[in-house]
Design a protein around this ligand. Sequence first.
Ligand code: PMP
Length: 296
Amino acid sequence: MQYFNSNTVLYLNGQFQKATNTTADIYGQSLHYGYAVFEGIRAYNTHNGTRVFKAREHFERLKRSAELVHIPFNWDVNDLIKQTYRLLELNNLKNAYIRPLIFCSPNMSLIGGTKPSIMICAWEWGAYLGNEQLKVCISSYERPNPKSTQIEAKVSGNYVNSILATTEAKSKGFDEALLLDMNQNIAEAPGANVFIEKNGKLFTPPLGNILPGITRATVIELCRILDIEVIEKHLTVTDLKHADSAFFCGTASEIAGIASIDEYKFPIRWVDTIGATIQRTYKCLVLEKQNYEVII
Ligand code: PMP
């Protein structure tokens, strides 16, 4: 996968510059300790032009992530949104994945928060988990205990846990992992939230031990509009293995159907699931094909 070429421009601390001319400091605290926060955003080529989906929600979460780990956030969210649109224009990108990253200056101590920089780059990226239903396994790794890190912040260091879980799943022949929390309840995937369907209702783990996904919130809103009941509650592996269907949701993966968990195959054909309805509706929403209430 090539993320940039000799023409690619990125945004760094108020300036647009060539990606090939940009360097990162080898003594940076972020590189050594994973002390950085980031976002993953998508832009879609809609009939109203290129639209960054939920831009404000993503940059507000970036701000909250920084604040939760004591990285000063001295940028204006409106300006960052404006610069993101400019970045897409400069790179001639219409459908894109956008990656803002806030990283810290050289500092080998463990006291954080000095002289942060902001970088935003973008590239074309297909559905992160592909378009087929996924073979998923329950990971031997748990999501970090919220008392050991800021689990609701999108902190780079937290993603070592995600890399371990996905690598393990793939090495066992699965497409993706599903991680439990420290209480052995279902938490989330390495880079997506999870919903399960049972008897015509959707269930999803509550906030607290997971990343508060923007897609998760969008799915809940869509269900409200479509009159589908969603229940936020702790779910066990047994709940999951008695479910009718399940799906992951996230900005990169969008809505991704799950075929099986470990040896358990979901009984309903994907096309007949609530997840498939949400998948179609989500696509229409991001492409602005229908106006599902102006609020979402
Ligand atoms: N959980 C984790 C651990 C993630 O990395 C992501 C992707 N940001 C999500 C859930 C989904 O979040 P969102 O819908 O905001 O992309």
